[in-house]
Write a protein that binds this ligand. Structure first.
Ligand code: SF4
Length: 227
């Protein structure tokens, strides 16, 4: 497998935000979102066997707990990551898989929580989510929309309604995009969409979404990696 980094931090997003979590960040992505803050995952990384990844996860969190498999796009390494996620689930870990939903998700193991980041138009990668993946979503999964404009918000709002998402999944997350070159101040001034404005839109339209802020960017310098 090609791995960019494995580290322990606090989960910054989703309904699991705030909990200690081991992050397994796989190298490589087939998308190029304009606000991507993980461009360092596109190339490089180091080769590790699934056994080595597993040992590192157990070293960082020996007694189970939360593991997020992320990237890049982790499902580009489906052949290795699917059995490894199954192994983690079998050992009692809670496994989150962060994916764009551009790759098929049908073979993701049953016990894994899928957090599917559906790309909105102003990400530059709209229309990349594969509609067949909707059928794989269940009551423990979460669907996230990273928003940088009113157009993105309206896309997400319509997607949620059209696919009756609130009845399919555990949570719908609307998150303002962060400027990818953000550094210094740990506050909302780096958001491409004002969180207060987004909150007002969600309330005005009664959207069944949870407003998500990237917790780690308010705790540590937004430019810091490995947190
Ligand atoms: S899918 Fe994720 S890693 Fe890939 S370009 Fe978009 S934000 Fe970056």
């Amino acid at each position: 497998m090609q791995i960019t980094e494995i580290y322990k931090s606090l989960q910054g997003e989703s309904t699991w935000a705030g909990l200690p979590c081991v992050f397994v960040r796989l190298t490589g992505c087939n998308l190029r979102c304009v606000w991507c803050d993980s461009e360092y995952t596109f190339t490089g990384g180091k080769k590790m066997s699934p056994d080595e990844v597993w040992e590192e996860v157990r070293r960082l969190s020996p007694d189970g707990g939360l593991v997020e498999v992320t990237g890049g796009e982790p499902m580009l390494q489906e052949r290795e990551i699917v059995p490894l996620m199954q192994r983690m689930v079998d050992a009692g870990y809670t496994v989150l898989l962060e994916t764009s939903g551009e790759r098929p998700l049908a073979r993701v193991p049953e016990g894994v929580v899928k957090i599917v980041d559906v790309k909105c138009p102003d990400s530059g990668e709209g229309d990349t989510f594969h509609a067949e993946n909707l059928a794989t979503l269940g009551p423990r999964d979460e669907v996230k929309f990273v928003l940088s404009s009113r157009r993105d918000y309206e896309f997400a709002r319509e997607f949620v309604a059209q696919h009756d998402l609130s009845r399919r999944v555990n949570a719908i997350l609307f998150s303002p995009a962060f400027r990818k070159d953000a550094t210094g101040a740990r506050d909302a001034s780096h958001c491409l969409l004002d969180p207060r404005e987004l909150a007002e839109w969600i309330l005005a339209d009664n959207v069944p979404a949870r407003l998500g802020l990237q917790l780690h960017k308010f705790i540590w310098d937004p430019a810091l990696k490995g947190v």
